[in-house]
Design a protein around this ligand. Structure first.
Ligand code: GAL
Length: 386
Protein backbone atom coordinates (compact mmCIF):
# COMPACT_ATOMS: atom_id res chain seq x y z
CA UNK A 1 0.00 0.00 0.00
CA UNK A 2 1.34 3.40 -0.90
CA UNK A 3 1.37 6.15 1.60
CA UNK A 4 0.23 9.52 0.47
CA UNK A 5 1.81 12.70 1.57
CA UNK A 6 -0.41 15.66 1.94
CA UNK A 7 1.67 18.76 1.79
CA UNK A 8 1.30 22.48 1.63
CA UNK A 9 -0.80 25.04 3.35
CA UNK A 10 -3.99 24.25 1.51
CA UNK A 11 -3.72 20.60 2.37
CA UNK A 12 -2.92 21.45 5.95
CA UNK A 13 -6.07 23.53 6.14
CA UNK A 14 -8.13 20.77 4.67
CA UNK A 15 -6.65 18.37 7.13
CA UNK A 16 -7.11 20.61 10.11
CA UNK A 17 -10.76 20.98 9.26
CA UNK A 18 -11.48 17.63 7.81
CA UNK A 19 -9.48 15.15 9.76
CA UNK A 20 -9.45 14.26 13.39
CA UNK A 21 -6.15 13.41 15.05
CA UNK A 22 -3.62 12.72 12.38
CA UNK A 23 -0.28 13.29 13.96
CA UNK A 24 2.50 10.83 14.33
CA UNK A 25 5.64 9.93 12.57
CA UNK A 26 6.40 8.05 9.46
CA UNK A 27 6.08 8.54 5.79
CA UNK A 28 3.08 10.81 6.12
CA UNK A 29 4.68 13.34 8.44
CA UNK A 30 6.40 16.53 7.35
CA UNK A 31 8.06 18.96 9.71
CA UNK A 32 8.77 22.48 8.54
CA UNK A 33 11.73 24.62 9.56
CA UNK A 34 9.67 26.40 12.20
CA UNK A 35 8.88 22.98 13.52
CA UNK A 36 5.19 23.19 12.68
CA UNK A 37 3.77 19.87 11.82
CA UNK A 38 2.17 20.26 8.37
CA UNK A 39 1.96 16.57 8.32
CA UNK A 40 -0.16 14.63 6.11
CA UNK A 41 -1.72 11.50 7.40
CA UNK A 42 -0.99 8.21 5.83
CA UNK A 43 -3.36 7.49 2.98
CA UNK A 44 -5.04 4.91 5.17
CA UNK A 45 -6.32 7.78 7.32
CA UNK A 46 -7.95 9.51 4.37
CA UNK A 47 -11.49 8.63 3.37
CA UNK A 48 -13.03 9.49 0.01
CA UNK A 49 -16.81 9.55 -0.26
CA UNK A 50 -18.01 8.28 -3.62
CA UNK A 51 -21.70 8.87 -4.43
CA UNK A 52 -23.06 7.03 -7.46
CA UNK A 53 -26.64 7.28 -8.75
CA UNK A 54 -27.85 3.73 -9.18
CA UNK A 55 -26.99 0.07 -9.47
CA UNK A 56 -29.76 -0.61 -11.97
CA UNK A 57 -27.33 0.31 -14.75
CA UNK A 58 -24.20 -1.72 -15.37
CA UNK A 59 -22.28 1.39 -16.31
CA UNK A 60 -22.56 2.97 -12.85
CA UNK A 61 -21.61 -0.31 -11.21
CA UNK A 62 -18.49 -0.33 -13.36
CA UNK A 63 -17.78 3.31 -12.52
CA UNK A 64 -18.17 2.68 -8.80
CA UNK A 65 -15.89 -0.34 -8.90
CA UNK A 66 -13.23 1.44 -10.96
CA UNK A 67 -13.17 4.54 -8.74
CA UNK A 68 -13.10 2.43 -5.60
CA UNK A 69 -10.25 0.22 -6.71
CA UNK A 70 -8.24 3.15 -8.09
CA UNK A 71 -8.46 4.94 -4.75
CA UNK A 72 -7.81 1.79 -2.75
CA UNK A 73 -4.71 1.08 -4.81
CA UNK A 74 -3.35 4.38 -3.49
CA UNK A 75 -4.20 3.35 0.04
CA UNK A 76 -7.26 5.53 0.62
CA UNK A 77 -10.35 4.33 2.39
CA UNK A 78 -13.45 4.54 0.23
CA UNK A 79 -17.05 5.08 1.28
CA UNK A 80 -18.93 4.05 -1.90
CA UNK A 81 -22.70 4.46 -2.00
CA UNK A 82 -25.35 3.95 -4.67
CA UNK A 83 -28.63 5.84 -4.29
CA UNK A 84 -31.13 3.78 -6.26
CA UNK A 85 -31.94 6.86 -8.39
CA UNK A 86 -33.66 8.43 -5.38
CA UNK A 87 -32.71 12.06 -4.63
CA UNK A 88 -33.35 11.99 -0.85
CA UNK A 89 -31.31 8.80 -0.60
CA UNK A 90 -28.39 10.47 -2.34
CA UNK A 91 -28.52 13.63 -0.22
CA UNK A 92 -28.65 11.51 2.95
CA UNK A 93 -25.74 9.40 1.77
CA UNK A 94 -23.61 12.49 1.14
CA UNK A 95 -24.56 13.96 4.52
CA UNK A 96 -23.59 10.67 6.12
CA UNK A 97 -20.27 10.54 4.29
CA UNK A 98 -19.37 13.91 5.79
CA UNK A 99 -20.58 12.90 9.24
CA UNK A 100 -18.35 9.85 8.95
CA UNK A 101 -15.35 12.04 8.19
CA UNK A 102 -14.99 12.02 4.42
CA UNK A 103 -12.05 14.17 3.33
CA UNK A 104 -13.12 14.60 -0.30
CA UNK A 105 -16.27 13.79 -2.26
CA UNK A 106 -16.68 12.35 -5.74
CA UNK A 107 -20.31 12.71 -6.81
CA UNK A 108 -22.31 11.51 -9.81
CA UNK A 109 -25.54 13.37 -9.10
CA UNK A 110 -29.03 12.05 -9.72
CA UNK A 111 -30.52 15.54 -9.90
CA UNK A 112 -27.77 18.01 -10.70
CA UNK A 113 -29.53 20.83 -8.85
CA UNK A 114 -30.44 19.02 -5.65
CA UNK A 115 -27.12 19.03 -3.79
CA UNK A 116 -26.54 22.71 -2.93
CA UNK A 117 -26.97 22.23 0.83
CA UNK A 118 -24.62 19.25 0.90
CA UNK A 119 -22.01 21.10 -1.12
CA UNK A 120 -22.23 24.17 1.09
CA UNK A 121 -21.64 21.93 4.07
CA UNK A 122 -18.66 20.37 2.29
CA UNK A 123 -17.21 23.79 1.48
CA UNK A 124 -17.64 24.90 5.10
CA UNK A 125 -15.64 21.87 6.18
CA UNK A 126 -12.94 22.39 3.54
CA UNK A 127 -13.94 19.24 1.69
CA UNK A 128 -13.28 19.37 -2.04
CA UNK A 129 -16.01 18.13 -4.38
CA UNK A 130 -15.39 16.50 -7.75
CA UNK A 131 -18.43 16.15 -10.01
CA UNK A 132 -18.24 12.78 -11.72
CA UNK A 133 -19.59 12.56 -15.28
CA UNK A 134 -22.66 14.70 -14.44
CA UNK A 135 -22.23 18.39 -13.66
CA UNK A 136 -23.59 19.55 -10.32
CA UNK A 137 -25.48 22.75 -11.00
CA UNK A 138 -26.38 25.94 -9.12
CA UNK A 139 -23.53 25.71 -6.62
CA UNK A 140 -20.25 27.57 -6.28
CA UNK A 141 -18.86 24.63 -4.35
CA UNK A 142 -18.06 22.29 -7.19
CA UNK A 143 -14.30 22.22 -7.42
CA UNK A 144 -13.67 20.10 -10.49
CA UNK A 145 -15.54 18.10 -13.12
CA UNK A 146 -14.41 14.90 -14.83
CA UNK A 147 -16.50 13.81 -17.78
CA UNK A 148 -16.53 13.10 -21.50
CA UNK A 149 -17.03 15.58 -24.30
CA UNK A 150 -20.78 15.33 -23.96
CA UNK A 151 -21.69 17.45 -26.99
CA UNK A 152 -19.45 15.21 -29.08
CA UNK A 153 -21.22 12.14 -27.65
CA UNK A 154 -24.46 13.56 -29.06
CA UNK A 155 -22.78 14.13 -32.42
CA UNK A 156 -21.62 10.52 -32.39
CA UNK A 157 -25.11 9.25 -31.51
CA UNK A 158 -26.65 11.11 -34.44
CA UNK A 159 -23.79 10.05 -36.70
CA UNK A 160 -24.42 6.40 -35.86
CA UNK A 161 -28.10 6.87 -36.71
CA UNK A 162 -27.18 8.36 -40.09
CA UNK A 163 -24.71 5.54 -40.74
CA UNK A 164 -27.31 2.94 -39.83
CA UNK A 165 -29.81 4.49 -42.23
CA UNK A 166 -27.19 4.51 -45.00
CA UNK A 167 -27.11 8.31 -45.25
CA UNK A 168 -23.49 8.44 -44.14
CA UNK A 169 -20.60 6.03 -44.39
CA UNK A 170 -18.43 5.34 -41.38
CA UNK A 171 -15.65 7.42 -42.91
CA UNK A 172 -17.99 10.43 -42.92
CA UNK A 173 -18.68 10.45 -46.65
CA UNK A 174 -22.24 10.44 -47.98
CA UNK A 175 -23.92 7.05 -48.17
CA UNK A 176 -26.07 5.70 -50.99
CA UNK A 177 -29.44 6.00 -49.24
CA UNK A 178 -31.70 8.93 -50.01
CA UNK A 179 -34.68 8.53 -47.68
CA UNK A 180 -37.04 9.87 -46.65
CA UNK A 181 -36.76 8.02 -43.35
CA UNK A 182 -39.14 8.08 -40.41
CA UNK A 183 -37.32 8.58 -37.14
CA UNK A 184 -38.24 9.26 -33.53
CA UNK A 185 -36.10 11.16 -31.04
CA UNK A 186 -35.45 10.38 -27.39
CA UNK A 187 -33.61 12.49 -24.82
CA UNK A 188 -32.33 11.77 -21.33
CA UNK A 189 -33.46 13.02 -17.94
CA UNK A 190 -33.82 16.78 -17.84
CA UNK A 191 -32.41 17.00 -14.31
CA UNK A 192 -29.15 15.69 -15.77
CA UNK A 193 -27.13 18.44 -17.43
CA UNK A 194 -25.66 15.89 -19.84
CA UNK A 195 -29.06 15.29 -21.43
CA UNK A 196 -28.95 18.77 -23.00
CA UNK A 197 -25.42 18.31 -24.35
CA UNK A 198 -26.27 14.95 -25.92
CA UNK A 199 -29.43 16.42 -27.45
CA UNK A 200 -27.72 19.53 -28.79
CA UNK A 201 -24.91 17.54 -30.38
CA UNK A 202 -27.39 15.12 -31.94
CA UNK A 203 -29.89 17.68 -33.20
CA UNK A 204 -27.20 19.93 -34.66
CA UNK A 205 -26.00 16.89 -36.61
CA UNK A 206 -29.48 15.80 -37.75
CA UNK A 207 -30.81 19.29 -38.51
CA UNK A 208 -29.75 19.48 -42.20
CA UNK A 209 -31.45 16.13 -42.85
CA UNK A 210 -34.60 17.26 -41.02
CA UNK A 211 -34.58 20.55 -42.91
CA UNK A 212 -34.40 18.96 -46.36
CA UNK A 213 -36.94 16.24 -45.56
CA UNK A 214 -34.51 13.32 -45.67
CA UNK A 215 -35.54 12.63 -42.09
CA UNK A 216 -39.10 13.08 -40.89
CA UNK A 217 -40.45 12.71 -37.37
CA UNK A 218 -44.02 11.40 -37.79
CA UNK A 219 -44.96 12.06 -34.15
CA UNK A 220 -43.91 15.68 -34.53
CA UNK A 221 -42.28 15.44 -31.09
CA UNK A 222 -39.09 17.35 -31.69
CA UNK A 223 -38.59 19.35 -28.49
CA UNK A 224 -36.31 18.02 -25.79
CA UNK A 225 -39.17 18.32 -23.28
CA UNK A 226 -41.28 15.97 -25.40
CA UNK A 227 -38.44 13.55 -25.98
CA UNK A 228 -37.09 13.45 -22.40
CA UNK A 229 -37.22 10.34 -20.23
CA UNK A 230 -37.19 11.11 -16.51
CA UNK A 231 -34.35 9.35 -14.60
CA UNK A 232 -33.31 7.62 -17.81
CA UNK A 233 -35.80 4.81 -17.06
CA UNK A 234 -36.01 1.88 -19.48
CA UNK A 235 -39.71 1.25 -18.74
CA UNK A 236 -40.60 4.88 -19.39
CA UNK A 237 -38.81 4.76 -22.73
CA UNK A 238 -40.64 1.56 -23.64
CA UNK A 239 -43.98 3.19 -22.81
CA UNK A 240 -43.19 6.30 -24.81
CA UNK A 241 -42.17 4.21 -27.82
CA UNK A 242 -45.39 2.17 -27.52
CA UNK A 243 -47.41 5.38 -27.38
CA UNK A 244 -45.60 6.79 -30.41
CA UNK A 245 -46.27 3.61 -32.39
CA UNK A 246 -49.94 3.64 -31.46
CA UNK A 247 -50.48 7.33 -32.11
CA UNK A 248 -48.33 7.98 -35.17
CA UNK A 249 -47.73 4.75 -37.08
CA UNK A 250 -50.49 3.03 -38.99
CA UNK A 251 -50.88 1.35 -42.34
CA UNK A 252 -47.58 1.07 -44.16
CA UNK A 253 -45.78 3.71 -42.12
CA UNK A 254 -42.86 2.12 -40.28
CA UNK A 255 -40.19 3.43 -37.95
CA UNK A 256 -36.82 3.45 -39.69
CA UNK A 257 -34.69 4.76 -36.86
CA UNK A 258 -34.68 5.93 -33.27
CA UNK A 259 -32.22 8.34 -31.70
CA UNK A 260 -31.66 6.99 -28.21
CA UNK A 261 -29.10 8.61 -25.90
CA UNK A 262 -28.53 5.70 -23.50
CA UNK A 263 -28.50 1.90 -23.76
CA UNK A 264 -31.09 1.43 -21.01
CA UNK A 265 -33.55 3.54 -23.01
CA UNK A 266 -32.55 1.69 -26.17
CA UNK A 267 -33.48 -1.65 -24.62
CA UNK A 268 -36.93 -0.30 -23.70
CA UNK A 269 -37.38 1.10 -27.21
CA UNK A 270 -36.26 -2.20 -28.75
CA UNK A 271 -38.73 -4.14 -26.60
CA UNK A 272 -41.56 -1.87 -27.75
CA UNK A 273 -40.58 -2.35 -31.40
CA UNK A 274 -40.25 -6.12 -30.96
CA UNK A 275 -43.67 -6.30 -29.30
CA UNK A 276 -45.10 -4.33 -32.22
CA UNK A 277 -43.96 -7.06 -34.61
CA UNK A 278 -40.94 -5.49 -36.29
CA UNK A 279 -38.53 -8.01 -37.88
CA UNK A 280 -36.02 -9.67 -35.55
CA UNK A 281 -32.78 -8.23 -36.95
CA UNK A 282 -31.54 -5.09 -38.64
CA UNK A 283 -30.66 -7.15 -41.72
CA UNK A 284 -34.34 -8.15 -41.89
CA UNK A 285 -35.59 -4.60 -41.44
CA UNK A 286 -35.52 -3.89 -37.69
CA UNK A 287 -35.18 -0.11 -37.14
CA UNK A 288 -31.81 1.52 -36.45
CA UNK A 289 -31.59 2.20 -32.71
CA UNK A 290 -28.61 4.09 -31.22
CA UNK A 291 -27.38 4.10 -27.62
CA UNK A 292 -24.69 5.07 -25.16
CA UNK A 293 -22.45 3.47 -22.54
CA UNK A 294 -21.70 0.16 -24.26
CA UNK A 295 -23.56 -1.64 -21.49
CA UNK A 296 -22.93 -5.35 -21.75
CA UNK A 297 -26.57 -6.31 -22.48
CA UNK A 298 -26.62 -3.81 -25.33
CA UNK A 299 -23.26 -4.87 -26.71
CA UNK A 300 -24.74 -8.33 -27.10
CA UNK A 301 -27.74 -6.80 -28.89
CA UNK A 302 -25.32 -5.04 -31.22
CA UNK A 303 -23.43 -8.29 -31.84
CA UNK A 304 -26.81 -9.96 -32.49
CA UNK A 305 -27.77 -7.35 -35.14
CA UNK A 306 -30.64 -5.91 -33.07
CA UNK A 307 -29.27 -2.60 -31.73
CA UNK A 308 -27.20 -0.73 -34.31
CA UNK A 309 -24.66 1.16 -32.23
CA UNK A 310 -23.67 2.51 -28.85
CA UNK A 311 -21.13 5.03 -27.58
CA UNK A 312 -18.21 3.65 -25.62
CA UNK A 313 -17.15 5.86 -22.75
CA UNK A 314 -14.32 4.04 -21.02
CA UNK A 315 -15.28 4.18 -17.35
CA UNK A 316 -11.76 3.05 -16.43
CA UNK A 317 -10.36 6.26 -17.90
CA UNK A 318 -13.00 8.41 -16.23
CA UNK A 319 -12.34 6.76 -12.88
CA UNK A 320 -8.60 7.25 -13.36
CA UNK A 321 -9.17 10.99 -13.95
CA UNK A 322 -11.25 11.21 -10.80
CA UNK A 323 -8.48 9.49 -8.85
CA UNK A 324 -5.83 11.80 -10.32
CA UNK A 325 -7.89 14.87 -9.46
CA UNK A 326 -8.36 13.52 -5.94
CA UNK A 327 -4.62 13.13 -5.48
CA UNK A 328 -3.97 16.61 -6.81
CA UNK A 329 -6.46 18.18 -4.41
CA UNK A 330 -5.20 16.21 -1.44
CA UNK A 331 -1.64 17.28 -2.10
CA UNK A 332 -2.74 20.89 -2.00
CA UNK A 333 -2.73 21.49 -5.73
CA UNK A 334 -5.35 21.98 -8.38
CA UNK A 335 -6.22 19.27 -10.88
CA UNK A 336 -5.27 19.89 -14.47
CA UNK A 337 -8.24 20.96 -16.58
CA UNK A 338 -8.42 20.64 -20.35
CA UNK A 339 -11.64 22.68 -20.61
CA UNK A 340 -12.32 25.86 -18.66
CA UNK A 341 -15.14 27.26 -20.80
CA UNK A 342 -17.88 24.77 -21.52
CA UNK A 343 -19.41 23.74 -18.23
CA UNK A 344 -21.16 26.71 -16.67
CA UNK A 345 -23.20 25.32 -13.79
CA UNK A 346 -25.34 28.43 -13.39
CA UNK A 347 -23.03 29.97 -10.80
CA UNK A 348 -19.58 29.45 -12.24
CA UNK A 349 -17.70 27.72 -15.01
CA UNK A 350 -16.39 24.53 -13.47
CA UNK A 351 -12.87 23.55 -14.57
CA UNK A 352 -13.21 20.24 -16.35
CA UNK A 353 -11.31 17.33 -17.73
CA UNK A 354 -13.04 15.92 -20.82
CA UNK A 355 -12.36 12.48 -22.26
CA UNK A 356 -13.11 11.22 -25.75
CA UNK A 357 -15.65 8.57 -26.68
CA UNK A 358 -16.01 6.10 -29.58
CA UNK A 359 -18.92 4.75 -31.59
CA UNK A 360 -19.38 0.99 -31.11
CA UNK A 361 -20.66 -0.91 -34.14
CA UNK A 362 -20.93 -4.67 -34.55
CA UNK A 363 -17.67 -4.72 -36.48
CA UNK A 364 -15.53 -2.98 -33.86
CA UNK A 365 -16.78 -4.65 -30.67
CA UNK A 366 -13.67 -6.79 -30.56
CA UNK A 367 -11.14 -4.06 -31.24
CA UNK A 368 -12.76 -1.46 -28.95
CA UNK A 369 -14.12 -3.51 -26.10
CA UNK A 370 -12.50 -6.93 -26.03
CA UNK A 371 -8.93 -6.14 -27.07
CA UNK A 372 -8.87 -3.28 -24.56
CA UNK A 373 -9.92 -5.68 -21.80
CA UNK A 374 -13.16 -3.82 -21.07
CA UNK A 375 -15.18 -7.02 -21.64
CA UNK A 376 -14.19 -10.58 -22.37
CA UNK A 377 -15.43 -12.30 -25.51
CA UNK A 378 -17.49 -14.56 -23.21
CA UNK A 379 -19.18 -11.58 -21.60
CA UNK A 380 -20.09 -10.19 -25.01
CA UNK A 381 -21.43 -13.57 -26.07
CA UNK A 382 -23.55 -13.96 -22.93
CA UNK A 383 -24.53 -10.31 -22.49
CA UNK A 384 -23.64 -10.48 -18.82
CA UNK A 385 -20.60 -8.94 -17.15
CA UNK A 386 -19.04 -11.27 -14.64
C1 GAL B 1 -25.64 10.27 -18.09
C2 GAL B 1 -24.37 9.66 -18.56
C3 GAL B 1 -24.64 8.65 -19.62
C4 GAL B 1 -25.67 7.65 -19.14
C5 GAL B 1 -26.85 8.32 -18.49
C6 GAL B 1 -27.79 7.33 -17.84
O1 GAL B 1 -25.38 11.23 -17.15
O2 GAL B 1 -23.47 10.65 -19.05
O3 GAL B 1 -23.45 8.02 -19.99
O4 GAL B 1 -25.04 6.77 -18.23
O5 GAL B 1 -26.44 9.25 -17.54
O6 GAL B 1 -27.18 6.66 -16.78
Amino acid sequence: MNTKRLMGAAAATVLALGLAACSGSGAGTETTSDNTNTAAPPAADVTIGVAMPTQTSSRWIADGAAVESGLQDLGYKVDLQFANDDIPTQTQQIDQMMTNGADLLIVAAIDGTALSAQLQNAADKGIKVIAYDRLIRESANVDFYVTFDNYQVGVQQATSLLVGLGLLNKDGSDGDATGPFSVELFAGSLDDNNAYFFWDGAIDTLQPYLDDGTLVVPSGQMDIEQAAILRWQQETAQRRMEDLLTASYSGDLKVDGVLSPYDGLSRGIITALQNAGYPATISDGFPIVTGQDAEIASVKLIADDVQFASIFKDTRKLAAQAVTATEEFLSGGEPTANDTETYDNGVKVVPSYLLESDIVYADNITSLLVDSGYYTADEVASGVAS
